[in-house]
Design a protein around this ligand. Structure first.
Ligand code: SAH
Ligand code: SF4
Length: 377
């Protein structure tokens, strides 16, 4: 029967209000139910005591609150934790995605997946090597956060009154290629009746799908990270093939629109994976500084995380430090992302999950259309 019931993780507040209205209930039920689900971690309608008895008894026939099933839970020596999760519509677990928990002294970040695999085929990325199976639904994205938040709360791993302080869309997949499901999921993360996260603590990372960067800026207020990885088109075409469709000049113009205009955002975080002998010498540092100078930018250098057969290597510490210094002395705010969880293959770009029945599609064969999101702006 579960296939005919709506998984409420898939509805943002507006969607939930419509769900109740269509069933002759007050739209106010949306707030009540969200408070139970997200505030208190309750999934059983019978325990939602401020709903009428009648509604409580009817709800299980129409709806459910079903988190993904954790089929593996691994802890790294540095405290990083990786869950392998069976998506909502795939209880056989033939496909599975990964979510990674990264605790620090003053914050705890969950890195979530947006797709099963990825079609964009960046040359240095383990997820990209797998191709795309499909987009995750809203419930499958939100379910990752709910599962982590409430498990960790149950274990007493708290930062103030919450377990997760930051969410980054840096797991498997390209979030802007799943725009339609990303937007309602972001709304639930930001909603006071949802996870109540502040807009600066929710980051969408993209390899540069320009039309969707513009839509995102108009529709939801979140932080944006852009995977740059090369300071010129020749090299970026090779590393990040979507660059052939949206080259650097277009990408940087979209970043400028993101930080400009009437509701200007403070900055864009630029990510740059350091690949030994490929994009990590003085010349690249100089060109990169030129690209970011006079832009509201933070640069995050990510030393390459190896995986079998990648064909790339991580530069040594001295080279990483020199690259950072070259940027720093040219006035670019630059940090190096410390590798976390690499003993359990949980570091950036190492997430593979399980991707079955993939269509090894190249982005040029995937029509990237600007579709309306399921919920209006
Ligand atoms: N698809 C999105 C988000 C997921 S990847 C994007 O590309 O931005 C999150 C970050 O990890 C991206 O900056 C990505 O380029 C980087 N990454 C991918 N493979 C990596 C690897 N092997 N080592 C280090 N970083 C990697
Ligand atoms: Fe996809 Fe991002 Fe990996 Fe590129 S780096 S293949 S966009 S997940």
């Amino acid at each position: 029967m579960s296939d005919t019931r709506v998984n409420l993780f898939g509805l943002d507040r507006e969607g939930l209000a419509a769900f109740f209205a269509e069933r002759g209930e007050s739209a106010f039920r949306a707030k009540q139910v969200m408070r139970w689900i997200y505030g208190r971690g309750v999934t059983d309608f019978a325990a939602m005591t401020d709903l009428s008895k009648d509604l409580r008894s009817r709800l299980p026939d129409m709806a459910e609150v079903r988190p993904p099933v954790a089929i593996d839970d691994r802890l790294s020596g540095d405290g990083t934790r990786k869950w392998l999760l069976a998506p909502d519509e795939d209880p056989s677990a033939a496909n599975a995605v990964e979510a990674v928990y990264i605790p620090e002294t003053d914050r705890a970040t969950l890195c979530v997946s947006s797709q099963i695999g990825c079609a964009l085929d960046c040359s240095f990325c383990a997820t990209g090597k797998q191709g795309l199976n499909r987009n995750l639904g809203v419930a499958e994205i939100v379910g990752q956060v709910w599962l982590a938040e409430h498990r960790l709360r149950g274990e007493g791993r708290l930062y103030g009154n919450r377990a997760l302080t930051n969410i980054v869309f840096m797991g498997m997949g390209e979030p802007l290629a799943n725009y339609r499901n990303l937007v309602p999921a972001l709304r639930i993360l930001l909603d006071d009746y949802g996870f109540g996260l502040s807009k600066r603590r929710v980051t969408v990372s993209t390899s540069g799908l320009v039309p969707f960067m513009d839509r995102l800026r108009e529709e939801v207020d979140v932080a944006l990270a852009v995977s740059l990885h090369a300071p010129d088109d020749t090299l970026r075409d090779e590393l990040v093939p979507i660059n052939r469709k949206y080259p650097l000049a277009e990408l940087m113009a979209a970043c400028d629109r993101y930080t400009g205009g009437k509701d200007r955002r403070a900055h864009v975080v630029y990510e740059y994976v350091l690949l030994a002998g490929v994009n990590d010498d003085e010349r690249h540092a100089r060109a990169l500084a030129g690209l970011l100078r006079n832009r509201p930018a933070k640069l995050n250098l990510i030393p390459f995380n190896p995986f079998p057969g990648s064909g790339y290597e991580r530069p040594d510490e001295g080279r990483i430090r020199r690259f950072q210094d070259r940027l720093y002395e040219r006035g670019i705010r630059t940090t190096v992302r410390r590798t976390r969880g690499d003993d359990i293959d949980a570091a950036c770009g190492q997430l593979v999950g399980r991707v079955r029945d993939r269509q090894k599609r190249h982005f040029r064969e995937v029509p990237i259309k600007v579709e309306p999101s399921t919920v209006g702006a």
